[in-house]
Design a protein around this ligand. Structure first.
Ligand SMILES: *Cc1c(COP(=O)(O)O)cnc(C)c1O
Length: 412
C-alpha cells in the first residue's frame, strides 16, 4: 500500500471510532475547505444566524428599549457568563462576558495589583500573545513595577527566588504559536505558596480542553469569545473572578453598568456585589446574543468529549505530516498532556506554505517568523480532514508552490 492509502484506512477507522463526537452537523461550513483556523475565528454554528436575526427583528424591532427588561438584555453579561462557567470549570456567579480580551486583561491585572499591595514584581511569558505583553508592559510601567519575563516552565524557579516580591503572574494557558499546554495547576499552586496571584489567559484553551478554574484555585482568568467558543468575529471576551476575590475586585476602568445601583445615577461609583462589578458600559447586545447561542454547541458536546476528539485529531495530523511531509520541524509538544488543540511546525518558507495550502483549500495560519500553525477545532473536523490537510501540504512542498515571493507589508 502507498503511505496515503494506509493512512486513508486509518483515518476511516478513527472516524468510525469517534463518530459520536463528530458534530459538524451543528455548523455551517463551506464544503470545499478544510478549516484549520478555528483557533483564530471559530466556525459559524448553524442556528446562530436565526437567533441573531430574530433578536434584531423581534427584540430590537418590536420591544425597543423595553427589551432591556422584557428580554433580559440587562442581565446578559452575567447570564452568558453563567452559561460559559461550566466550560471553564467555574460555579455560577464568577464569570462575566463583555468587552475584548485586551480590555479584560488590563482590567483584571489592574484589580490584581490592588489585591497585592507592597509587591513590586509582575511576571509574564516573553512568548505571550502581543496584546497581553503590551497590556502587562503598560500597566507595570504606569505603576512603577518591575516586569520579569520568564517562560511558564521557568516561573516556578522565579517564584522560588523572588516569590515574596511577586504580585501577579500573567500567563497564557496554551501558547498561541506553539500550542504548548502549560501546567496551570502546578504554576497556580507555586504562586500561591509565595502569596502571589495568577491571571490566566484562556484564549487558546477554553472550549478546547478542560480548564477547571475552581478546582485549581485560580484567582483570575480572561479569554476570547471568537476562537474555540465560536462566538463570531469580535465576539465579547470574558473574565473569571474567583468568588473570594470579588469583594475587593476594583479595576482601573469603572463603568455605570458595574455600579451597585446603576439607575440611581449616582455621581460616585459604588461597585455591585459579585462579578457584576466587572461590567463597564452598555454591552454589544447582538454580539452577546450570538455568543450565547454559540455556547449551545458545548452543551451538546461537553468539553471533556471535545478534548478526547481533539487529542486524537492532533495526534493523527502529526502522524500524517510526519509520514507524508517530512522536513517540517515540529514546534508543538508531542505528549498529549503538553499539547493544546493545534499543531505547529517551523519551515523557512512558512508564509508561502500557508498561502499555497489556502489555495488548495486548507486554511491555516502563518505566524512570524517561520511558523505554520494548523488549529484543530475538534467538533467540526474529522481524521479524514487531517489526512487531506497533510496530503495537500505534501503536494505543496513537492511542487514548490510554497516558493513564492512574500509581498512586502503594506505598512512598514
Ligand atoms: C486571541 C488572543 C487575544 C485577542 O485579544 P483581543 O482583544 O480579543 O483582540 C488576546 N490574548 C490571547 C492570548 C489571544 O490568543
Amino acid at each position: 500500500m502507498t503511505p496515503v492509502s494506509a493512512l486513508d484506512a486509518q483515518a476511516a477507522a478513527l472516524d468510525r471510532e469517534h463518530a459520536a463526537t463528530d458534530r459538524r452537523d451543528l455548523f455551517l461550513l463551506p464544503d470545499d475547505v478544510v478549516y484549520l483556523d478555528g483557533n483564530s475565528l471559530g466556525a459559524l454554528p448553524r442556528h446562530v444566524p436565526d437567533v441573531v436575526a430574530r433578536a434584531v427583528r423581534e427584540e430590537w424591532g418590536t420591544q425597543l428599549v423595553r427589551a432591556w427588561n422584557s428580554r433580559d438584555w440587562w442581565r446578559a453579561p452575567e447570564r452568558i457568563g453563567d452559561h460559559l462557567a461550566p466550560v471553564l470549570g467555574a460555579s455560577p456567579g464568577q464569570v462575566l462576558v463583555g468587552d475584548s480580551t485586551t480590555v479584560q486583561l488590563h482590567q483584571a491585572l489592574s484589580a490584581a495589583l490592588r489585591l497585592t499591595p507592597g509587591r513590586g514584581v509582575v511576571v509574564t511569558d516573553p512568548g505571550a500573545f502581543p496584546t497581553d505583553l503590551y497590556v502587562v508592559d503598560g500597566l507595570t510601567e504606569a505603576r512603577g513595577l518591575e516586569l520579569v519575563l520568564a517562560r511558564p516552565d521557568e516561573v516556578p524557579a522565579v517564584l522560588a527566588a523572588r516569590g515574596t516580591e511577586v504580585a501577579v503572574v500573567v500567563l497564557q494557558h496554551v501558547d498561541h504559536r506553539t500550542g504548548a499546554l502549560w501546567d496551570l495547576p502546578g504554576i497556580t499552586e507555586a504562586a500561591h505558596r509565595t502569596g502571589a496571584l495568577v491571571l490566566w489567559d484562556l484564549s487558546h484553551s477554553a472550549g478546547a480542553l478542560p480548564v477547571e478554574l475552581d478546582a485549581h484555585g485560580v484567582d483570575l482568568a480572561v479569554g476570547c469569545g471568537y476562537k474555540y467558543l465560536n462566538g463570531g468575529p469580535g465576539a465579547p471576551a470574558y473574565v473569571y473572578v474567583a468568588r473570594r476575590h470579588q469583594p475587593a475586585y476594583v479595576p482601573d476602568l469603572r463603568g455605570w453598568h458595574g455600579h451597585a445601583e446603576p439607575f440611581a445615577m449616582s455621581p460616585t461609583w459604588t461597585p455591585a456585589a459579585g462579578v457584576g462589578r466587572a461590567r463597564l458600559g452598555s454591552p454589544p447586545l447582538l454580539s452577546m446574543l450570538a455568543l450565547e447561542a454559540a455556547l449551545d454547541v458545548l452543551d451538546a458536546l461537553p468539553v471533556p468529549r471535545v478534548r478526547e476528539r481533539s487529542l486524537s485529531l492532533t495526534r493523527f495530523l502529526r502522524t500524517c505530516v510526519d509520514r507524508l511531509a517530512p522536513g517540517l520541524e515540529p514546534l508543538t509538544p508531542e505528549a498529549d498532556e503538553h499539547r493544546g488543540s493545534q499543531v505547529a511546525w517551523r519551515h523557512p518558507a512558512a508564509w508561502g506554505v500557508v498561502h499555497a495550502l489556502a489555495a488548495r483549500g486548507v486554511i491555516g495560519d502563518f505566524r512570524e517568523p517561520d511558523v505554520v500553525r494548523l488549529g484543530v477545532a475538534a467538533p467540526y473536523l474529522t481524521h479524514s480532514d487531517m489526512l487531506t490537510a497533510a496530503a495537500r501540504l505534501a503536494d505543496v512542498l513537492a511542487t514548490g508552490e510554497h516558493l513564492t515571493e512574500r509581498p512586502r507589508p503594506l505598512v512598514t
